[in-house]
Design a binder for this molecule. Structure first.
Ligand SMILES: [Zn+2]
Length: 431
């Protein structure tokens, strides 16, 4: 073989070798690319979270909301949802001891969770008994009734307001709960006459609000507040001394006197104690030895202090009334009740704030109100003007701790700006 031929063969082999190498590289690269694609495909794709409704996975299910109608039973509600009579029977049986089906109330909301086939099939019924409690009637794999409660979240809130007309109007204008009016009026009941507020009176409150699904359902407690009345600042701090929780001023004196000032929560005084007033029913002037609080029929009437019932009966003029002896000095009486509370009879011991009856218009009364009468040492006096002793102050051994708690709250209160100050501050801030 000639040298040239050998070279050609060598070149040929080289070309084949290079081509093979190239093919191999191509293959390797492509396969590695393929591999990387596979890896991508295998990378964890974010899985769609299942839709959960009160603990039930409801993917591919639908929810229909409605309200309980008059005389509607479980079977009526479930009638359009392909539930057999036998299953309704089992469901009713499962409810026994969990939820009384007679307690399905008109206008209360419910949800039917169902499978949207040509014939929709109910999987569950959720009935909302109130803002917190609800009942789930399960109709899926197994039939059972479950009573549950929504989670209550307690959140600390702050607010401030300036009185233009009344506390309740101011608070409702601010879009706050009327419960706050009642609570605030109770905290300062002995310091401030809430029926005689001055325009410009102002307040700051730190309180605990109870929220369910982001919606306010109530106020658990006012933690601290300052109410500036007629130019004077009244501070209140909530403190638990072990035996009782109460409100105290900065010196640790209780804000609560031995009695509640009002026998009903914040309402309206329709007639004050007076030596001579025109009687609306009898149409003549006579002394009114009581304070009338107008309130809707059925409003609970509470005993202003601890004591013993000395009378609980009906009288031609007084209507249904209750009289309570608190101690050797003080006696109170409550007239015109629609109903005396059950268990209230002569000899019954009552606690401060205990419901003793309900507002009505029995006896000689023009409208729903409670006539509240007050005796001091055997003489009838004006309940709103009588001077009463202070309740228990902070105990000596608790004073240091109370001082710290109160100081922290005071700092927090003082940092809140009154609405007026907010305006001033924003004008001043532009300088
Ligand atoms: Zn009266």
């Amino acid at each position: 073989m000639k040298l040239s031929s050998k070279l050609v063969i060598a070149a040929f082999i080289l070309v084949i070798g290079l081509t093979a190498y190239q093919l191999w590289v191509d293959f390797y690269t492509s396969s590695s690319q393929e591999a990387s694609i596979i890896i991508t495909a295998e990378a964890p794709v974010e899985k769609q979270k299942p839709t959960v409704f009160y603990g039930m996975v409801i993917d591919a299910l639908e929810i229909s909301r409605d309200k309980i109608k008059s005389r509607q039973h479980l079977s009526d509600i479930l009638a359009p949802y392909n539930v057999s009579k036998e299953d309704i029977y089992s469901l009713s049986k499962s409810a026994k001891g969990v939820f009384d089906l007679r307690k399905l109330r008109v206008n209360k909301p419910y949800d039917v969770v169902y499978k949207p086939d040509s014939l929709p099939t109910a999987k569950a019924l959720v009935y909302y008994h109130n803002d917190i409690d609800y009942v789930i009637f399960h109709l899926d794999d197994s039939i059972y009734t479950e009573k549950k409660s929504k989670e209550i979240i307690v959140k600390e809130q702050e607010t401030t307001g300036i009185i233009n007309s009344s506390l309740s109007v101011t608070i409702s204008e601010m879009g706050l709960s009327p419960i706050l009016t009642n609570e605030l009026a109770d905290v300062f009941a002995w310091q401030i006459d809430f029926f005689r507020l001055y325009p410009g009176d102002k307040f700051k409150v730190i309180y605990e609000e109870q929220l369910v699904e982001g919606k306010s359902i109530g106020i658990s407690a006012i933690k601290a507040a300052v109410f500036e009345h007629n130019g004077y600042e009244n501070y209140a701090y909530y403190y638990d001394q072990g035996t009782s929780i109460d409100y105290f001023d900065e010196e640790g004196k209780s804000l609560r006197k031995a009695f509640l000032k009002y026998p009903v929560q914040f309402s309206r005084i329709s007639s004050r104690y007076s030596g001579s007033r025109y009687h609306p029913v009898q149409k003549r002037y006579k002394a009114h030895r009581g304070t009338d609080f107008a309130a809707p029929r059925g409003t609970p009437i509470r005993s202003v202090g601890e004591g013993t019932v000395v009378a609980a009966q009906y009288g031609k003029y007084n209507g249904n009334y209750v009289k309570i002896r608190h101690n050797s000095i003080y006696t109170t009486q409550y007239l015109h009740m629609s109903k005396i509370a059950s268990g209230i009879k002569p000899g019954t011991h009552v606690k401060q704030g205990q419901t003793i009856g309900y507002v009505g218009a029995t006896g000689l009364a023009a409208g729903n109100h409670v006539c509240y009468r007050f005796w001091k040492s055997g003489y009838q006096v004006d309940a709103l003007k009588v001077k009463l002793p202070s309740s228990e102050p902070i105990k000596k051994e608790m004073m240091e701790d109370f001082g710290l708690v109160a100081a922290n709250f005071k700092k927090q209160l003082d940092a809140i700006r009154y609405p007026m100050e907010k305006v001033t501050a924003s004008i001043g801030g532009s300088q």
